[in-house]
Design a protein around this ligand. Sequence first.
Ligand SMILES: Nc1ncnc2c1ncn2[C@@H]1O[C@H](COP(=O)(O)OP(=O)(O)OP(=O)(O)O)[C@@H](O)[C@H]1O
Length: 261
Amino acid sequence: MIEVQEVGRTFTISRRTGLLRRERRVVHAVQNLSFTVRAGEFVGYLGPNGAGKSTTIKMLTGILAPSSGRIQVAGLDPARRRTALARRIGVVFGQRTTLWWDLPLRDSFELIRHLYKVDRVAFKRRLDELTELLGLGEFLRTPVRQLSLGQRMRGDITAALLHDPRVLVLDEPTIGLDVVSKAAMRGFLRSLNAERGTTVLLTTHDMGDIERLCHRVMLIDHGRLAFEGGIDDLRATAPEESSIEDVVARLYARGAQAPDQ
Ligand SMILES: Nc1ncnc2c1ncn2[C@@H]1O[C@H](COP(=O)(O)OP(=O)(O)OP(=O)(O)O)[C@@H](O)[C@H]1O
């Protein structure tokens, strides 16, 4: 469902170092990255701040083109077929909304229906289902700017799923949610994957998300894949640690000692 082959992405940063002098520096955000996510998998994508997670997600969704290598998502090259891909995948960035700030939630969904050209009957059925599952009924007429973070996040997840995508890419979907909202969101995502077979790639700094949801974990550090395996394999990298958080902290610390690019 997702194929990443030897992908690299660099950024060139230009910085003023004097009155007339500029210094150019190349940042290797992602380097020689290869992985596969099969249909129906729920995979966690971990890494410390600045490791290259968002850059990867932007490449998977076609927002950024890779500098090298090859990507296929749902059978398409994301950077070349971004519009076609948008009909096959759903994307949620926890830190920002894709909804229209001043519009009631319902109107944002209606606009999305037009953008994705979703059939009216299928849209109504899917919206009713998602409204029920995510408990959104009482907020449909509320402008997005008046929603709490948890309500808005449920709105964003609904928006990403209205066109019934086979792949869902989530960038920190539980950030800032309270324990009850977090548990509800995780329950929803788990059943979406188990019952509907939606393939999910999840980026998070919350190890609870990883432990409770993911079949497999990939860990990126300094733009390179530093670990890949199941939760038990992850634990086995530091069996002396009792929590996943500490196991992952160990892996991050190991990466920090490695020579930088
Ligand atoms: N547009 C850009 N221009 C220059 N450098 C960038 C750009 N986007 C990302 N980078 C750099 O690429 C590297 C990877 O950044 P990225 O945002 O992918 O990390 P991340 O793993 O998502 O981090 P976080 O967990 O903090 O969100 C960082 O060194 C970052 O500064």
